[in-house]
Design a protein around this ligand. Structure first.
Ligand SMILES: NC(=O)c1ccc[n+]([C@@H]2O[C@H](COP(=O)([O-])OP(=O)(O)OC[C@H]3O[C@@H](n4cnc5c(N)ncnc54)[C@H](O)[C@@H]3O)[C@@H](O)[C@H]2O)c1
Length: 319
């Protein structure tokens, strides 16, 4: 028989994809989303939507004490840049929300809690490969809030015998990504600029690099992590491969009709120069590994984005 899950943020890129997959396996999914960066039309059909902010206790109360097989907390503001523009909002959205949902889980007897954490908790390192035991040196308010959420989960897990799992997502990209948010998502930002304006404006150095992980692999990581039965743990969800800004831009411009001009401006506060992840722990502990190569994922994403940008196309059908 299907299970019942709360997946926050199901009007957004990652939350919608996770919710969709859970539905395909015959489960029931409820979401809370304030449509801040998400879109109503992206919420998968048959997902029950509670529209409102996940850091508002009155909104969480609308769950009416329902007990979930797991709470998968994905809603969040995901831009380091925005966290400097509005640190209090960032803290409320990414951390206060976690605390309220953990409290709800504990009071309703929910024993599994999954969280969309981030590679940003590491900051910058030399050498740049980070495993889960690498020192955590957050450089942005965004990363501080995410890391605080991890600690709340760790303590809840110890105090209340809940299985809490933080997935430290590296740069997630792919079909369904928000192409109108130009403050989050390196691949989606450059791609949207290239398609819509034929100009890519890069904030920071072309030598910066990221570890890009395709959305289908990220969804798979959430499903695999659901099997954890007890304790707190965190996992890098990454490929272990560094891709520079310059490589991202070449991948995009070589697949689109030109010319596309590329200009460089100053970087944004708290931006990491570059790290990539070691994913051995996820392989060993939750049997997860990535399957998508960056070039293949970008091929698929670019084709989708080009069709989506055409007048009259339905992003939902394409996504
Ligand atoms: N995309 C990435 O590369 C990446 C990497 C690491 C971590 N993450 C984390 O994954 C999560 C999802 O990211 P995404 O790329 O899908 O972003 P997204 O913007 O597409 O989705 C976020 C969703 O959360 C909703 N939301 C935002 N604030 C909310 C609030 N206060 N209450 C209720 N809903 C709210 C938005 O409306 C949106 O639907 C975020 O928490 C982000 O920090 C993303």
């Amino acid at each position: 028989m299907g299970k019942q899950y709360l997946v926050t943020g199901a009007a957004g890129f990652i939350g919608a994809a996770v919710a969709q997959k859970l539905l395909e396996f015959g489960n029931k999914v409820i979401t809370i989303d304030n449509l801040f960066t998400g879109k109503l039309e992206r919420v998968p059909e048959n997902v029950e939507l509670i529209e409102g902010s996940v850091f508002d206790k009155q909104v969480i109360d609308k769950l009416n004490g329902r007990c979930f097989d797991a709470i998968i907390h994905i809603a969040g503001q995901s831009s380091g840049e925005v966290s400097f523009e509005n640190p209090v909002y960032d803290l409320q959205t990414n951390c206060q929300s976690t605390l309220l949902l953990l409290d709800y889980a504990q009071k309703t007897g929910c024993k599994k809690f999954l969280y969309a954490s981030t590679m940003s908790v590491y900051g910058d390192h030399t050498p740049p490969e980070c495993s889960e035991s690498t020192e955590l040196l957050p450089k942005s308010f965004y990363a501080v809030g995410k890391l605080a959420s991890e600690h709340y989960m760790r303590i809840y897990s110890q105090q209340f015998d809940m299985a809490c799992t933080a997935l430290r997502l590296f740069n997630t990209y792919g079909v369904g990504q928000n192409m109108s948010n130009l403050k989050q998502g390196m691949a989606s930002i450059y791609l949207a600029m290239a398609i819509n304006r034929h100009i890519i404006t890069v904030k920071g150095s072309k030598d910066r690099f990221r570890d890009f992980v395709y959305i289908d692999d990220v969804v798979d990581a959430f499903l695999k992590a659901l099997a954890r039965e007890r304790g707190y743990d965190s996992f890098n969800i990454c490929t272990g491969r560094a891709i520079t800004v310059e490589q991202v831009i070449k991948t995009i411009t070589s697949r689109l009709p030109g010319p596309i001009n590329v200009t460089y401006t100053d970087g944004t506060p708290g931006d990491q120069f570059g790290i990539y992840g070691n994913n051995s722990k996820a392989k060993d502990s939750i049997d997860w590994e990535p399957h998508w190569m960056f070039e293949d994922g970008m091929d698929k994403m670019i084709k989708w984005a080009v069709i989506s940008a055409q007048p009259g196309s339905s992003e939902k059908e394409l996504g």
